[in-house]
Design a protein. Sequence first.
Length: 133
Amino acid sequence: MEPVIRECIPTPAKKYVDAKKTTTIQELEQYFPELMAITDASEQEIPRPKDKQKRKTYYSGKKKHYTVKNQYTINIRGEIVHKPPHSPGRPHDYATYKIKHPTLPEGLQTFFDLGYKGIDKDFPEMNAVLSYK
């Protein structure tokens, strides 16, 4: 369907045509040299806590289970640059980041997913890039 649409409506050319074919970190670096660090959080399921207050703080509405949240910052080579101790699964990714954010060098471009919306306002000195849909 894309060729038909291209005939009817002028569409801009893709900036990196071969970017989908990358298989190694070196190729990714070649296409996107500005990519320096990526921060994201993951959740790991845990057994149901006995204490009622702990159950409330560890219940993740997203996963519908009791979880702990781990936040990772990695560099382009896939090495973990920052990993704070885990936290309860209930708080949002960005709320966890505000409490346990890494100290990264100035000028380092860090990529975040949409779970970190608002980071550019709360951390204006950071060179943060949010993904988009």
